[in-house]
Design a protein around this ligand. Structure first.
Ligand SMILES: NC(=O)c1ccc[n+]([C@@H]2O[C@H](COP(=O)([O-])OP(=O)(O)OC[C@H]3O[C@@H](n4cnc5c(N)ncnc54)[C@H](O)[C@@H]3O)[C@@H](O)[C@H]2O)c1
Length: 286
């Protein structure tokens, strides 16, 4: 097993859910932590908890969608620790809805956080990670919604497909320059986090279509999303799967075996040029 003692983990979206679980685990195995999140209150609470356990923690409150803010987070991390061993490019949000009913602001918000966020993260951290010339890795959080169409959440699915494409190219470009940085693609199914309440962290730049949240279409799809997230696997289980995959150099990190045949079915449709007939084709049979 890799000895992570004294190594540095960078985590975005660290104040809740997956990011928080990663922070607690990384601290428990002796890693130093650089934690970023837009929610300053929750991030400070977590830092207090970690410091009480003697963890070496740096926090930075920022918006991953803003490239200059991400660069400032990277500068602060590098000044403090002068190393990055695992970079969890993790923050993300979702708004369910029908493609043509979802307001432009919601499309923009989710794409800014879920697509430009990881891009900004790569631009801020990867040049330093290549230059440090030692084994290290970037773990981009996509989703099963980046490998299969998420029927209720088109903007989320589109954004996570973008993260899949981005990370596949990142993997090749890192190899192409002979970097010692390995890319990993995290594609979880539902995890019990606070994702369904992510609207609480939406910056005021995007408000203006609040009527949408009163619509019955939104409310019905939101209830489905919330139920799925609440009944997801535990963050602790996910963290164990992630660290096992890092150890085995398993690029695609999956959590729910039952989705794998559906990915195969989709690939077969693509190769054969077949139109998928109904969303049911991609639903897990219970
Ligand atoms: N929960 C699931 O079922 C699930 C499934 C697959 C993938 N994911 C992905 O996991 C990642 C983590 O989500 P989670 O489920 O832990 O949700 P969460 O809401 O519990 O945590 C997300 C964190 O990201 C932060 N955040 C939101 N917008 C931000 C921004 N602009 N800048 C910086 N920080 C921001 C939030 O404040 C929050 O602390 C996301 O990328 C999500 O898409 C979640």
């Amino acid at each position: 097993m890799v000895d992570y003692q004294g190594k540095v983990a960078v985590i975005t979206g660290a104040a809740s859910g997956v990011g928080r679980g990663l922070a607690l685990y990384c601290a428990s195995i002796g890693m130093k932590l650089a934690l970023g999140d837009i929610n300053g209150g929750k991030l400070r609470e977590l830092a207090k908890e970690l410091k009480a356990q003697n963890a070496d923690v740096l926090t930075y409150v920022f918006n991953v969608a803003k490239d200059q803010e991400f660069k400032a987070f990277a500068e602060k991390t590098i000044t403090e620790f002068n190393a990055v061993d695992i970079f969890f490019n993790n923050a993300g949000v979702s708004v369910p809805g029908e493609i043509w009913s979802l307001p432009a602001e919601e499309w923009k918000w989710v794409m800014d956080v879920n697509v430009l966020g990881p891009v900004n993260g790569i631009r801020a951290f990867v040049p330093f990670m290549i230059a440090q010339d030692k084994d290290c890795c970037v773990v981009n959080t996509a989703s099963i919604a980046g490998l299969l169409p998420a029927f209720n959440a088109p903007v989320y699915s589109a954004s996570k497909h973008a993260v899949v494409g981005l990370t596949e190219v990142l993997n090749f470009q890192l190899q192409d320059v002979g970097a010692k940085v390995r890319a990993f693609l995290l594609c979880p199914g539902y995890i019990a986090t606070n994702l369904h309440n992510c609207m609480e962290n939406r910056p005021s730049d995007y408000t203006g279509a609040d009527d949408y949240f009163q619509s019955s279409d939104f409310k019905e799809r939101y209830d489905i999303m919330a139920a799925n997230v609440i009944n997801g696997i535990s963050v602790e289980k996910l963290v164990a799967v992630i660290f096992d995959a890092l150890e085995k150099d398993q690029y695609y990190i999956h959590t729910h075996e039952e989705f794998l045949p559906l990915i195969g079915k989709r690939a077969s449709n693509i190769v054969k040029g077949r139109r998928p007939r109904s969303p049911g084709q991609y639903k897990v049979q219970k």
